[in-house]
Ligand binder design. Structure first.
Ligand SMILES: O=P(O)(O)O[C@@H]1C[C@H](O)[C@@H](CO)O1
Length: 291
């Protein structure tokens, strides 16, 4: 994919250098906020924030519920960077652009990526408002050849052929489950497989049945490319899906999903998600760097 969209190491480095010149924060953890989940960033103390439009080389958010701000700060003493708004393929961004921030984070010194998203439930036992700890993913665009790692491999970031097994860190998943238990969240916390589709349309009934049969518990339009790129460059990954709707799998069901409904459920659960993420970050085994 040698096109004008090709992004080289220098491009990531320039953005990282600009950020390092603007903030004293040196994050070891990055958090990507899903649709309507931008409030996760509000918990950060000693904030420095930048609009994406002010960051050289950064793509722009175009979706409602994605504010378009990069927020630096401390969560229980751990320095984090939080994306209030992510980029999706359906907005017209190339996958290099969608995942651009992840490589910039790597150059800032980030070691752990926490991804969140809004997703529709395919699994029969899931309810709106459930939180799904992501065990694994099915990357439909990736299987079809749409991959952020297409093109010449940048060996400075990682290998040509990265493994994708065990990408969602087992210890972090275990820690999250322990935290959920102690916070009394267990009855609405699930663990399952997230499936990424391209969007922007929601799934047809036949597609929903197909994805469910494939082994997917929830479906959304993001996350897999970011996780892939993070894992490629050696970051630990943890992911959460907020179940915002049930995906229609029955021809007698007249329910119709919409983005406003998705944002409504996100809003309802965002405080719970904030507590869980804060607790998880506070228990990560990392030491802060200083500028
Ligand atoms: O950024 P995420 O994956 O949370 O956004 C989901 C998928 C679509 O962008 C949107 C649909 O409502 O929410």
């Amino acid at each position: 994919m040698h096109s004008k969209e090709q992004i080289c190491h220098d491009d990531y480095q320039k953005t990282a250098d600009w950020i390092l010149s603007q903030t004293q924060h040196r994050p070891k953890v990055a958090i990507i906020c899903g649709s309507g989940l931008g409030m996760l960033a509000d918990a950060l103390k000693l904030q420095d924030s930048f609009h994406y439009s002010d960051i050289p080389g950064f793509p722009q958010s175009t979706v409602q519920g994605h504010a378009g701000r990069l927020v630096f700060g401390e969560l229980k003493g751990k320095t984090c960077v939080c994306m209030q708004g992510r980029f999706h393929m359906y907005e017209g961004h190339s996958l290099c652009k969608v995942t651009f921030p992840v490589r910039v984070f790597k150059l800032l010194g980030v070691e752990t990526l926490i991804v969140t998203n809004a997703a529709g439930a395919l699994a029969d036992g899931y309810c709106n408002g459930d939180i799904m700890i992501i065990r694994d993913h099915i990357n439909m665009p990736g299987l079809a050849g749409l991959n952020p790692l297409n093109g010449p491999n940048d060996d400075k970031f990682g290998p040509r052929f990265p493994p994708m097994s065990g990408v969602y860190d087992k210890d972090l998943r275990r820690l999250a489950k322990d935290i959920c238990k102690s916070l009394g969240y267990s009855q609405f916390v699930q663990e399952g497989v997230y499936c990424m589709v391209g969007g922007p349309n929601f799934e047809s009934i036949a597609e929903a049945r197909f994805l469910h049969k494939l082994g997917a518990d929830a479906v959304g339009m993001s996350t897999a490319p970011e996780v892939l790129v993070a894992s490629h460059c050696g970051m630990k990954v943890f992911g959460l899906s907020l179940i915002t709707n049930k995906v229609v799998k029955d021809y007698d069901d007249t329910e119709k999903v919409n983005h406003e409904g998705v944002l409504g459920v996100s809003k309802m659960r965002s405080e719970t998600l904030q507590t869980l993420v804060t607790e998880l970050v506070s228990r990560l085994d990392i030491n802060n760097n200083t500028a």
